[in-house]
Design a protein around this ligand. Structure first.
Ligand SMILES: *Cc1c(COP(=O)(O)O)cnc(C)c1O
Length: 436
């Protein structure tokens, strides 16, 4: 697999180079030069494969010239060791639950796969690397748990102070070992800008062997395509044969980007719904044809509070910047906090099903689309377990959320973070003086 930069200035690289660099020097994003199609025989018989088997087939199709088959099989079996069940909510509406991993969010797929792939490549050398990652909440927990105790890898996580939930904060700040949390006095966009600047700083990047673990890293994106195929496999087992629509609750658009790659590889999907909160940069782009990033707005679905969705560059490239063909495949809807709260309450009352705020955004986006579309099977992606967002729920709803046992233990652990302002100078000083 060769990867190019979406800015088309930096040279092409191998997969190994792309995952350790994270970002190309020209500040674009890495994308595969070619996206291969899966064998038709496999796609037509998805229902006969288990989730890890599906994940392996998809990974192998992309990475067969990068990682030996037996190694890739082991990586997949270790990384994809929890299910993504499809739960029927209403007639022809299904929830794909992506929150059964260790951090209770879909980001576990990307983080666990990436940690194991990096670990495989690092076995061949003696170098240590430093992962630097910005989180709006969920990335940090998944990366911390995914990389905990991985030899040769230190992880530094930047998160916006006061803007992540208590449980998320505990996942970032209580593990210790090779994981350090920097509590930034600023927004997620500030954190992301600081991380981006660190990568562009030649001396830092070289002296510290910096690597990223944000959704901009191609190793995070690839495993997020696995579960779209697994969803179709589960629908096929139910003998349901209408066209399929996926609603993806989106912030930085890594999840939806992975879905688009899956479609290129042969996923039988009819349409995608980009469901956002008030940070509706992509729904606006779909309406006007103009991509205009802006400062992020704080909402109750805070893992999607992104004002400048990085993965837009990848989406645009997949469609050669042609808005009309993007509109063919994707519809966008903006959902308010009020609508989100209402939907959580209604779905709980009507179906006895508890959604996290992000999942509720996907639920509403899906319904807005389905009202106007021909009959379809709707699949909404449930990206987090509601217990991660109890602070964002109304108290009477929050009281009904069950906190999984491993999370209850985590809540009792002591928070350890390093407080910092939102300037790159401060981050640089910290990274240099701590000589990681
Ligand atoms: C990160 C996250 C999202 C947004 O995913 P993107 O790939 O950034 O679009 C949605 N929901 C939850 C719970 C998340 O953690």
């Amino acid at each position: 697999m060769q990867l190019y930069s979406t800015k088309h200035i930096s040279p092409n690289v191998t997969f190994e180079e792309a995952i350790f660099r994270g970002l190309p020097p020209d500040n674009g994003l890495y994308m595969p030069t070619a996206i291969p199609s899966l064998p038709t025989n496999f796609v037509e018989n998805l229902e006969n494969y288990t989730f890890p088997e599906i994940a392996y087939q998809v990974a192998e199709c992309l990475l067969s010239d990068e990682i030996p088959q037996e190694v890739l099989k082991e990586i997949i079996e270790d990384a994809v060791n929890f299910d993504a069940p499809l739960v029927e909510l209403e007639k022809n509406v299904f929830v794909l639950e992506l929150f059964h991993g260790p951090s209770l969010a879909f980001k576990d797929f990307g983080a666990r796969f990436m940690a194991r792939v990096m670990s495989y490549y690092l076995q061949k050398s003696t170098k240590n690397i430093n992962i630097l990652v910005a989180t709006s909440g969920d990335t940090g927990g998944a990366v911390a748990l995914g990389f905990l105790n991985t030899p040769g890898i230190n992880v530094t996580i930047l998160y916006p102070s006061g803007k992540v939930s208590e449980l998320q904060e505990k996942q970032l700040t209580t593990l210790g070992g090779n994981i350090t949390a920097l509590e930034i006095d600023g927004t997620f966009d500030d954190c992301q800008a600081m991380v981006k600047q660190a990568f562009l700083d030649q001396t830092l990047a070289q002296n510290l062997n910096l690597s990223s673990a944000n959704s901009i890293n191609i190793a995070r994106l690839i495993p997020q395509s696995f579960y779209y195929f697994h969803a179709i496999a589960q629908l096929k087992r139910k003998k349901l044969n209408l066209p399929v629509v996926f609603s993806v609750p989106s912030g930085n658009f890594g999840n939806l980007g992975a879905g688009l790659i899956a479609k290129k590889m042969g996923l039988p999907v009819n349409h995608y719904v980009a469901s956002t909160n008030a940070n509706d940069i992509i729904p606006q782009y779909l309406e006007t044809g103009i991509f205009s990033p802006r400062a992020s707005i704080k909402t109750i679905s805070n893992a999607m509070d992104v004002g400048n969705p990085s993965n837009f560059a990848r989406m645009a490239d997949l469609y050669q910047d042609d808005v009309a063909s993007i509109r063919n495949d994707i519809s966008g809807y903006k959902i308010t906090d009020e609508e989100t709260e209402d939907a959580i309450e209604k779905v709980l009352a009507q179906f006895n099903y508890m959604m996290c705020p992000h999942t509720a955004v996907a639920y509403l986006g899906l319904h807005k689309y389905l009202i106007t579309s021909p009959p379809a099977l709707g699949v909404l992606l449930a990206t987090a377990h509601p217990s991660k967002f109890v602070n964002e729920l109304k108290p009477e709803i929050a009281a009904k959320v069950t906190v999984p046992e491993n999370m209850q233990k985590l809540m009792q652990r002591e928070k350890k973070s390093i407080k910092m302002g939102n300037s790159f100078a401060e981050l640089k000083k910290y990274l240099t003086s701590n000589n990681l």
